[in-house]
Design a protein around this ligand. Structure first.
Ligand SMILES: C[S@@+](CC[C@H](N)C(=O)[O-])C[C@H]1O[C@@H](n2cnc3c(N)ncnc32)[C@H](O)[C@@H]1O
Length: 200
């Protein structure tokens, strides 16, 4: 499998984090934690810190990422703790969600896909969460000026309210906009939504 460029960017970050045993949950993963339940699909799981925590809490987790380093680390950790966690290496630029889940997570993934692909995967998330289940989605939005990790022309900065619009009719359990400074006086502008699907 040829790795997409952003994955090369994260490979280097993950190798460093493994060397430094830096497996702390990021702020978006911390926000997600109380909403994880049942069967969980973690799209773009990275090192899998959230997937591991979900499995430790009794969830049955499928965790997907294109980074071989991340998937291998997650596989070893899941095996060691004998968790119900299946890590798989996959290019999510060419992926269909084939079954329903109680919880679908996509933290920091969708903006790395071309617009059409990002919106298609987002609409699959909307379809594939079970009634009363949760979607937890975090993306970079317009106004982000830190672009170093993107392949030019092959990324999508979401509109400020695009996630809320995608989950229209769902109960918004959390909706956040956050701005973080980035290298060379740039910024990362994030939107995060935790949304619960209406009962069937
Ligand atoms: C910002 S990191 C987020 C990781 C994790 N969800 C977290 O919150 O720490 C983005 C992740 O998306 C993955 N990724 C980017 N493009 C991808 C693609 N086309 N297919 C699969 N994974 C991809 C990267 O390898 C990386 O692990």
């Amino acid at each position: 499998m040829t790795s997409p460029d952003p994955v090369e960017f994260f490979e280097q970050q993950f190798l460093r984090q493994i060397r430094e045993t830096d497996f702390a949950l990021n702020p978006f993963e911390k926000l997600a934690l109380p909403y994880l339940a049942g069967s969980v699909l973690d799209l773009g799981c990275g090192l899998g810190n959230l997937s591991l925590e979900a499995a430790r809490r009794g969830c049955m987790v499928t965790a997907l990422d294109a980074s071989p380093t991340a998937v291998e680390r997650l596989r070893a950790a899941a095996r060691q703790e004998q968790l119900r966690l299946q890590p798989l290496q996959a290019d999510l630029g060419n992926f269909r969600i084939e079954q329903d889940y109680d919880t679908i997570v996509a933290i920091g993934l969708l903006m790395f896909l071309e617009k059409e692909r990002a919106l298609t995967l987002l609409s699959q998330i909307v379809q594939r969460v079970r009634p009363s289940g949760c979607a937890i989605v975090n993306v970079l939005v317009e106004g982000t000026t830190y672009l170093e990790m993107f392949k030019p022309g092959e990324y999508y900065l979401f509109g400020a309210n695009e996630l809320e619009q995608a989950f229209a009719g769902w109960t918004l359990l959390a909706a956040r906009r956050e701005s973080f400074p980035a290298p060379e006086d740039t910024r990362k502008e994030f939107a995060t939504v935790v949304a619960q699907k209406p009962p069937g």
